[in-house]
Design a protein around this ligand. Structure first.
Ligand code: ASP
Length: 303
């Protein structure tokens, strides 16, 4: 009997302000609709997570693709990873500056390269060689982010002490899916943290940190302050707890407790196993999330 598909997504975990709630909810609902169309037509979990993430990269509400945070030199620098739970194949790009949809380049790496991870110019060259056009970095920059960086840099001393407070936006996007063949996949895409040093890579595109998928355990995508998440290899930590017999619903909040208790980190996670069980958790005031199964559909900003 074919499995019934499941799709879960997030659009970042932080103190989403009231005036941005509608845009976040609209964004995650659009992403669910796009990914679900793939699953509903019998498509793969891999295609579904890619499609959902593309929609959020294109939506300038989120810190991914166009509209992402600027680094301290005023440039957009993007990271993304996609992983296939059936084969453990993965594709990642880091520090790319001329790709509208880094997740598409990551997917090409997964499908067409013997390597797993490309950075900077090498990643962009790979993309071009595989039919993905480059854009100008300016095409990814929007006035809201120029203003956000200007404001941040003009109050640097104040921000320094709470540089990674949950009130500072963490709008990374991610998706996990189960398809009707029983395979799971995960994808995460980000512009990283505001005012980051050029070349800084966060958790989002690192295997096992911001993204992981293995049919034998779980698919996970995280968001939040990247450095603490990296220290705990949090996506893999969570998947391992699922393979040890715990439900994703239980593990997701446990991962947030661990993040807080061990390294004083904050963020959010979505976690899904190949039985279709899933968990959504965050230890920030809010996180944009949405899920859809054949029986149920919901979206929200608190969980
Ligand atoms: N985790 C991302 C990073 O540190 C930021 C985010 O989730 O918004 O690069």
């Amino acid at each position: 009997m074919p499995n019934t598909p499941v799709l879960v997504i997030h659009g970042g975990a932080w103190a989403i302000p009231e005036d941005m709630v509608d845009a976040h909810l609209r964004g995650v609902r659009n992403a669910i609709a796009a990914g679900w169309r793939v699953l509903d037509a019998g498509g793969t979990a891999l295609d579904a997570v890619e499609q959902s993430v593309v929609i959020m990269e294109d939506d300038d509400t989120f810190d991914a693709g166009r509209g992402a945070f600027l680094n301290r030199e005023g440039k957009v620098q993007l990271d993304a990873l996609i992983m296939d739970g059936a084969t453990l194949r993965a594709g990642g790009v880091g520090c790319v500056e001329h790709l509208r949809n880094p997740i598409r380049a990551a997917r090409k790496i997964l499908s067409e390269s013997p390597h797993i991870y490309f950075v900077a110019e090498g990643a962009e060259r790979f993309a071009v060689e595989h039919g993905i056009p480059l854009c100008k970095n300016e095409d990814l920059i929007i006035p809201r982010e120029v203003e956000r960086l200007r404001e941040f840099q003009s109050h640097l001393a104040e921000h320094e002490k709470d540089l990674f407070a949950p009130t500072i936006s963490h709008d990374t996007v991610g998706a996990v899916a189960l398809d009707c063949d029983g395979n799971i996949a995960a994808a995460t895409s980000t512009g990283g943290t505001l005012n980051k040093a050029p070349g800084r890579l966060g958790d989002s595109s690192l295997i096992g940190c911001g993204c992981y998928a293995d049919n034998a355990s779980a698919a996970a995508s995280t968001t939040g302050w990247g450095e603490p998440i990296m220290k705990l290899v949090l996506a893999k930590w969570s998947a391992d707890r699922v393979s040890a017999g715990n439900s994703p619903e239980w593990v997701a909040p446990e991962a947030m407790n661990y993040l807080q208790a061990r390294v004083q980190g904050h963020g959010g996670i979505i976690l899904l196993d190949a039985r279709g069980r899933f968990g959504i958790a965050h230890n920030t005031p809010r996180m944009a999330w949405a899920f859809k199964t054949s029986k149920e559909e919901a979206a929200g900003i608190e969980r």
